[in-house]
Design a protein around this ligand. Structure first.
Ligand code: BGC
Length: 754
C-alpha cells in the first residue's frame, strides 16, 4: 500500500539521509554560536508572556511571517538557505537571530529520537508508548519523556513531535503502539508526565494528534462524526488532562476532519475547546501537510503550518496586508509561539550538540519495559523459569535468535548497528520497513540458564517447530504483529508473514508447538491486542510489546524471575474482530493521491469519507461492559509471581473524593501492584457500566500491607453536559470499586455525591 502522507516526503526521507555525504556534511558544519542575549526580553524575572510581548514589539512583518511556517522538509536535499541552520529533522521554523530568538528545530520522537543514524548520533529506543502505558506508572512516564528530551537536545533539536495520545477506539489502528491505551484518564495522566519530562530538558513538548485521528485508513480524508458529549468524555478528556496537567508548549492538530471541518481549521476543537475552555497558552502546529487554508485556519486557531509554507507564508502576509487577517490575530499566533519558547527555556538554554551515548539510555529503557511486560497466563507456575533446575529450553520463532521488533512510521528509531535481520551497516531505516532491534532473546535466555541446553528453531515450518519443541523442559515461542503509521491492521489476528516464498501461519505454528509440548510460554511482540484461537494450549502467555533497545534483557529478567511482572493491559484484548464496535474498519475509496500533488489539490483534500464513531462513550472496556461481551483478557488485567489482597475500602467525599483501602502482598515475593479504582455513576447519568477514575502503583515486600490513599478529581466522576458546555456531576449514588483488574474488583462502596 502506498503511504498516504504529505506528498513531498514519502519514503525518501531516510534514504536521502543515509548517504555518507550527509554524515560528512554534519561533521563539517560549524557549530552555531549560542544566541547573543539581547534586549529586555532576556530578563528572566519577567513572565514568558511579558517577554514574548517585548520581542513582538521589535519584530518586522516578515520576521513574524517567517515564524509561522516551515521551510519544506529539512531532511530533503538540497540544503537551502532557509534550512541550512536547521538540524535536518522533519520540521524547522526560522527564528529571529538579530533578537536572539533561535529557530525551532523539530524531530519526531515517539519512543526515541527518529532517524538519528543519519547524523551519526543514534538514540535510545524506549519500549513503545503502549508498553509504557502498561506500566501505569506516571514517574516512569516522566523518565521516558526526560530521556527523549535529553537526547533530542544533545542531537541539536529543541522541539519534539512526540506525545501521541489518541485513544484506542479502533485497536486495528496501525499507530496503537504509539499511543497510551483506551482509557482517557490513564492516557492523559501518563502523557502529562511524559511532556513534563521532555520539557525539563528545555525541549518544546507537544501532544498529538488533536483529535480523533484514531485510525490510519484515510486519515487525510476521513470525516469523524462524534457527538460533543462522547467526544469530551473520551478522546478529548485524554487531551484535556495532558494539556492542563502536562503544559505542553505545542499541540499538533491532526489530518482528519471532525464533524465536517479539518482538525487544523476546526474552530470547535482549536478555539473553543483547546484555547478557551482549557486555556491553552501555547501554539498549535499542523500535522505534516495538515493545513488546508489561510484565513479559515488562522481564525480557527492554527498558529503554525508545517512542514511547508503554502498557506502561512506569502498568502498569510497578503491576507494581513489586505486586512483579511488582523494584526491582532497575527500577533496572537506569534505571541503563543514566543511565549512557549520562553516558558520551556529554549531561548535561555540554547542547544549544545553533544555526542549521544545511546547505551546510557539502556537501563531506563530496560526498566520501563520490565514494568510494562504483562503476564497474561501462567498455569502451574511454569514461570519464572528456575535456572538451576531447567535442563533444556527450546526457543522458537520471530527472529528471536537475533532481535525484537519495533513499530514503524515517523516513530521509527534507528537501531544501533542496523536492523538485526539485515547485513551489518544498514543502520538507516526506511519508511514502513520492519525493523528488528539487535537485542537477542536467545542470548538473554542462554545467559540466564548457563547449565541448560538452549536450542533455536526459526518457527517457519509447523513440523520442524514441533520437532524442536518436543521433549524440551520449557519452550519459549515468539510471535509478532508489526504495525506502522500509514496503515491499519486488517484484523487483530496474528498475521501470516512471508519467509522466502513460504507463507508462515503464526497461529498454526503455535498450535503445532503447543501440541508437541504444552510446557510452552508464548511471548507476544505486538502493538495492538491480538486474538488467540490457541489461548488454552500454552501454559504461559507474556505480552512484551515492542520492547526497545534492551528488550531481550528485560524479557529475560521477567522470564527467569529476577523481575516480578507488574504490567497491566492498557487495552482490552477481545475474543474476535466481530466483537469490536466496528467489526470491519472503515476504509475510503481512495486512500492517497496518485502521483505528485500540487499544493492546490492537496488543499482541497481528498473527498471526505465517513468515519462514524457511533459507539460514542463506549470506548474499549466500556463497550464490552455495556454490550456484555466476554473478552479474552480485560483492560487492567495482568498477573504477577505473587498475589495481592484488597480490604477496608473507605470513600470520603468533599471537594475531592478520597478513596482509602488496604493492599496486602499475600505471597512470598516482592512485587508492585497496580491498584485500580472504578466508579459506577448513578443510572440517570446514562453512562457505560463503569469507568476508571484513579490508579496507583504500590511496591510491597512479601507479606507487607499498606494503607493506600488516592484522591479522585470530581471531573473524573462527572459527565459532559452539552447544554451547559461544561463538566457536571450528576447528584446521586456512586459506587466505587477497587481491585487489580477491570473484571476483578473485590472492594465496593456506595456513597452519595452532590
Ligand atoms: C505524522 C506525525 C509526525 C509528522 C512528522 C506525520 O505524518 O502523522 O505524527 O510527527 O508526520 O514526521
Amino acid at each position: 500500500m502506498k503511504p498516504s502522507r504529505f506528498p513531498a516526503r514519502l519514503a525518501v526521507v531516510a534514504v536521502a539521509l543515509a548517504s555518507a555525504g550527509s554524515i560528512l556534511l554534519y561533521a563539517q558544519r560549524p557549530q552555531r554560536p549560542p544566541a547573543p542575549p539581547k534586549g529586555p526580553w532576556m530578563n528572566t524575572s519577567l513572565s514568558p508572556d511579558e517577554r514574548a510581548d517585548l520581542v513582538l514589539k521589535e519584530m518586522t512583518l516578515d520576521e513574524k511571517i517567517a515564524l509561522l511556517h516551515g521551510v519544506g522538509m529539512p531532511t530533503d536535499d538540497p540544503v537551502t538557505p532557509e534550512n541550512a541552520a536547521s538540524n535536518r529533522g522533519v520540521g524547522y521554523a526560522v527564528g529571529v537571530p538579530r533578537l536572539g530568538i533561535p529557530g525551532i528545530d523539530m524531530s519526531d520522537a515517539a519512543y526515541g529520537v527518529r532517524s538519528s543514524q543519519a547524523n551519526g548520533r543514534y538514540a535510545t529506543a524506549l519500549p513503545a508508548n503502549v508498553a509504557a502505558a502498561a506500566g501505569w506508572d506516571p514517574d516512569a512516564a516522566y523518565e521516558y519523556g526526560a530521556l527523549i528530551g535529553r537526547e533530542l537536545r544533545a542531537q541539536g533539536y529543541n522541539m519534539t513531535l512526540g506525545g501521541g495520545t489518541n485513544l484506542t477506539r479502533e485497536p486495528r489502528n496501525g499507530r496503537t503502539f504509539e499511543y497510551l491505551g483506551e482509557d482517557p484518564i490513564l492516557a492523559g495522566t501518563l502523557v502529562a508526565k511524559l511532556i513534563e519530562g521532555t520539557q525539563s530538558a528545555h525541549v518544546i513538548g507537544d501532544i498529538k494528534h488533536y483529535a480523533f485521528n484514531d485510525q490510519e485508513n484515510g486519515r487525510n480524508s476521513g470525516n469523524v462524526s462524534i457527538d460533543k458529549r462522547a467526544g469530551h468524555e473520551s478522546d478529548l478528556l485524554a487531551f484535556e488532562i495532558g494539556v492542563t496537567k502536562g503544559h505542553p508548549a505545542a499541540v499538533m492538530c491532526s489530518y482528519n476532519r471532525v464533524n465536517g471541518d479539518f482538525a487544523c481549521e476546526n474552530e470547535w476543537l482549536l478555539k473553543d475547546v483547546l484555547k478557551k475552555d482549557w486555556q491553552f497558552p501555547g501554539f498549535v502546529v499542523s500535522d505534516w501537510g495538515g493545513t488546508h487554508s489561510t484565513e479559515k485556519a488562522s481564525a480557527a486557531g492554527l498558529d503554525e503550518e508545517q512542514p511547508g509554507k503554502f498557506f502561512y507564508s506569502d498568502k498569510f502576509k497578503a491576507a494581513v496586508e489586505a486586512g483579511r487577517i488582523s494584526q491582532a490575530e497575527l500577533d496572537e499566533h506569534i505571541h503563543r509561539i514566543l511565549r512557549s519558547m520562553f516558558a520551556v527555556g529554549v531561548v535561555d538554554y540554547p542547544r549544545q550538540r553533544a555526542v549521544v551515548d545511546p547505551f546510557a539510555g539502556f537501563e531506563t529503557s530496560r526498566k520501563i519495559e520490565e514494568s510494562g511486560i504483562v503476564l497474561l497466563k501462567n498455569n502451574k507456575d511454569i514461570l519464572p523459569i528456575e535456572s538451576g533446575k531447567v535442563k533444556s529450553i527450546a526457543v522458537i520463532g520471530a527472529h528471536s535468535d537475533v532481535g525484537m521488533i519495533s513499530g514503524g512510521g515517523s516513530a521509527q528509531v534507528d537501531p544501533i548497528g542496523g536492523s538485526a535481520i539485515l547485513p551489518p551497516g544498514q543502520g538507516a531505516t526506511h519508511w514502513q520497513q520492519q525493523i528488528w532491534f539487535p537485542s537477542s532473546p536467545l542470548k538473554a535466555i542462554q545467559q540466564r540458564a548457563p547449565g541448560a541446553k538452549v536450542s533455536f528453531d526459526p518457527g517457519v515450518d509447523p513440523v520442524a517447530a514441533a520437532a524442536a519443541a518436543k521433549g524440551a523442559d520449557v519452550v519459549v515461542m515468539f510471535a509478532y504483529q508489526w504495525e506502522s503509521e500509514g496503515m491499519d491492521l486488517p484484523s487483530l489476528a496474528l498475521p501470516n508473514y512471508k519467509n522466502g516464498d513460504k507463507d508462515v501461519d503464526q497461529n498454526a505454528i503455535i498450535e503445532a508447538v503447543t501440541k508437541a509440548n504444552p510446557h510452552t510460554v508464548v511471548v507476544l511482540e505486538t502493538g495492538s491486542p491480538v486474538t488467540m484461537p490457541w489461548v488454552d494450549a500454552p501454559q504461559a502467555i507474556v505480552e512484551a510489546w515492542y520492547s526497545g533497545s534492551d528488550g531481550a534483557n528485560a524479557l529475560g529478567n521477567v522470564l527467569f524471575g529476577s523481575v516480578n511482572p507488574s504490567g497491566k493491559l492498557p487495552n482490552t484484548f477481545p475474543k474476535s474482530d466481530a466483537d469490536l464496535p466496528h467489526p470491519t474498519i472503515s476504509k475510503p475509496q481512495a486512500v492517497h493521491f496518485d502521483g505528485p500533488v500540487s499544493p492546490e489539490t492537496w488543499a482541497k483534500g481528498l473527498p471526505p469519507f465517513p468515519i462514524n464513531y457511533d459507539e460514542g462513550l463506549k470506548v474499549g472496556y466500556k463497550w464490552y461492559d455495556a454490550e456484555k461481551k466476554p473478552v479474552l483478557f480485560p483492560f487492567g488485567y495482568g498477573l504477577s509471581y505473587t498475589t495481592y489482597g484488597y480490604s477496608d475500602l473507605d470513600v470520603k467525599t468533599g471537594d475531592t473524593v478520597t478513596v482509602t483501602f488496604k493492599l496486602a502482598n499475600t505471597g512470598k515475593r516482592e512485587g508492585a501492584e497496580i491498584a485500580e479504582i472504578y466508579a459506577e455513576l448513578p443510572a440517570s447519568a446514562q453512562e457505560p457500566p463503569k469507568r476508571l477514575v484513579g490508579f496507583t502503583k504500590v511496591k510491597l515486600g512479601p507479606k507487607e500491607k499498606k494503607t493506600v490513599t488516592v484522591e479522585i478529581d470530581r471531573k473524573y466522576l462527572s459527565i459532559w453536559d452539552e447544554a451547559k458546555n461544561a463538566w457536571s456531576l450528576v447528584p446521586g449514588e456512586y459506587t466505587f470499586l477497587v481491585g487489580g483488574s477491570s473484571d476483578k474488583l473485590p472492594e465496593k462502596k456506595t456513597v452519595s455525591l452532590q
